[in-house]
Structures are given as structure tokens and as C-alpha cells.
Design a protein around this ligand. Structure first.
Ligand SMILES: NC(=O)c1ccc[n+]([C@@H]2O[C@H](COP(=O)([O-])OP(=O)(O)OC[C@H]3O[C@@H](n4cnc5c(N)ncnc54)[C@H](OP(=O)(O)O)[C@@H]3O)[C@@H](O)[C@H]2O)c1
Length: 259
């Protein structure tokens, strides 16, 4: 039987790299994409040598609206599995950054993963097999993300879209999961300029990229449309569901003032 073929975005670091390793360890061939081609080659060489799988590297910037089509057209064969993972946070709140900073962000965080899904889904449904994991965040399930209002909004959009697509795919062999990690040790917080501010967080709040990827994999295999990994994150999401919006926002305000 031909090996499954898995496309992972943002595989040059963090959760995406962990997903790539997880699927390679399960015998899948891969296409990995991100902007840093040298990092992709390094990941690819490591996976090829450890797991005897084929790994295609596609250097691309998802801020470019044509990137999803270019990536899918470059695939050596159609993707059976898509991990929409690439992402980052924008510093400086809403009003300070230039508008183009926000439109670029929304392109990478919302439009690109949806476009990639839209491009691969017809093949998946025709073959009667597909898996899509949209790496969202607990940030999309709490009232807002202080200091980065569009981050939580983009993740909330992706969660809703992912849940809707998962329903549409029911009974067609295609499972779609929104994975909602909380604080995960990756390069994310360095890139977002948050490392210093998060230094005082207790160790138990953090999870590893490998654990986040494993939870996402297990959820999509089990056909679960929403996955919040880890007890602390589950508790936070449960709390966010029951407290009134006004109180939730006030808590976020206090966090921002004292964080
Ligand atoms: N870390 C956390 O605490 C956390 C929590 C919840 C959710 N998440 C989500 O998890 C996902 C992965 O983040 P991470 O924590 O693994 O962060 P990371 O270590 O910084 O990795 C981010 C990945 O996204 C890629 N990327 C960023 N901008 C891109 C662009 N314009 N075009 C193509 N690729 C791009 C980066 O590659 P290049 O720089 O090489 O392009 C890198 O491979 C993100 O969607 C993030 O929102 C993270």
C-alpha cells in the first residue's frame, strides 16, 4: 500500500516540526513548508535518516496570497493529511501596528489555512480518506487575548470554521480537528516578543510541542472535531464557558495591567 502523504505548514520549528516528526515516525511521507528553507532542509534530513521516509521541502511565505496554490501544485502527490500549523503573534496591540501588519497576519492565520483546506479537500473526499488538523489555540476559546486582540479573534474564526468543515465532512472519510493548545514551549513567544513577560508563569502551565502534536494526532484519528490538550487548558476553557463575558473581560484587563 502507498504510504500516506502529509503536508505540514510551519514545520521549520515548534509544533509543526513535532507534527512532522510524529507522522514520519508513523511511516508517512511528508511535504514540509515554511519560509526558512535552510531550516526545512535540516528537518527533512533528520527525518529521512531516522525514519526512512521521503520528505519534500517547499519554502514559501503564507503571507503571499498565491502561496497555498503554489504549495499544493508543488506537491509530489496529493496530500492525505494536512496540518495547518504555521502561525505567529503580532506585537503592539491593535491601533499601533500598521494596517498592513494586520492584513498580513490574517492572511497567514486565516486565509492561508482555509485556502489550503479548500484546495486539498476535493481530492480527499474523492479518495474517501483525509485528515486535517487546524492548529488553533485556547486563545480562541477565552474572551480575548490582551495585547494581541486579533490573535484570539483569528483563532476563534479558525475554530468555528474548522468545526463547520468537520460537520460537512462527516461520513466521507475525512476527519477535521481544531487543536487548541495553551502555552507550549516553542519559538512562538520569542517571535512575538513575549518571552520576558511570561517568565513568571509556573512550569506546570507549559506543555511540549511533542505533547501538543500527539494530542492533535490522536483527536483527528478519533474523529474529534475539537481538542484542548492538557488539564490546565481544559480547566481554563471550562471556566471561560461559565463565567459572564463582563467578568471574563475584566479578568483579561487585570491580567494585561499586571502581566
Ligand atoms: N507556542 C504556543 O504557546 C502556542 C499556543 C497555542 C497555539 N499555538 C499555535 O501553534 C502554531 C505553531 O506555533 P509554534 O508555537 O510552533 O511557533 P514557532 O515555533 O514560532 O513556529 C511557527 C512556525 O510557523 C512558521 N511561519 C510563521 N510565519 C509564517 C509565514 N508567513 N509563512 C510560512 N510559515 C510561517 C514558522 O516558520 P518560518 O519562520 O521558517 O516561516 C515556524 O515554522 C501557531 O499557529 C500558533 O498560533 C502556539
Amino acid at each position: 500500500m502507498t504510504r500516506r502523504f502529509c503536508l505540514v505548514t510551519g514545520a521549520s520549528a515548534g509544533i509543526g516540526r513535532a507534527f512532522a516528526e510524529l507522522y514520519a515516525a508513523r511511516g508517512c511521507d511528508l511535504a514540509i513548508t515554511a519560509r526558512r528553507g535552510d531550516r526545512l532542509e535540516e528537518v527533512a534530513q533528520d527525518l529521512r535518516s531516522r525514519f526512512d521516509v521521503e520528505v519534500e521541502c517547499i519554502a514559501a511565505d503564507l503571507a503571499d496570497p498565491s502561496a497555498p496554490k503554489t504549495i499544493v501544485e508543488a506537491l509530489v502527490r496529493p496530500a492525505d493529511i494536512l496540518i495547518n500549523n504555521a502561525g505567529y503573534g503580532v506585537r503592539g496591540g491593535f491601533s499601533r501596528p500598521a494596517w498592513e501588519t494586520h492584513t498580513t497576519f490574517l492572511q497567514v492565520m486565516v486565509e492561508a489555512p482555509l485556502a489550503l483546506s479548500h484546495l486539498v479537500l476535493p481530492g480527499m473526499t474523492a479518495r474517501g480518506y483525509g485528515r486535517i488538523v487546524n492548529v488553533a489555540s485556547v486563545a480562541g476559546l477565552i474572551p480575548t487575548t490582551p495585547g494581541q486582540p486579533l490573535y484570539g479573534a483569528a483563532k476563534a474564526f479558525m475554530i468555528k470554521a474548522s468545526l463547520g468543515v468537520s460537520l460537512e465532512m462527516k461520513g466521507r472519510g475525512v476527519n477535521v480537528t481544531a487543536l487548541c493548545p495553551g502555552f507550549t514551549r516553542t519559538e512562538f513567544h520569542d517571535v512575538a516578543g513575549m518571552t520576558e513577560a511570561l517568565k513568571s508563569l509556573p512550569g506546570w502551565i507549559w506543555m511540549t510541542a511533542e505533547d501538543a502534536a500527539r494530542c492533535g494526532h490522536d483527536a483527528v484519528e478519533a474523529g474529534r472535531a475539537l481538542c484542548v490538550p492538557g488539564l490546565a487548558n481544559k480547566a481554563l476553557v471550562a471556566l471561560a464557558k461559565v463565567i459572564p463575558d463582563r467578568l471574563g473581560l475584566e479578568l483579561m484587563h487585570q491580567l494585561r495591567k499586571h502581566g
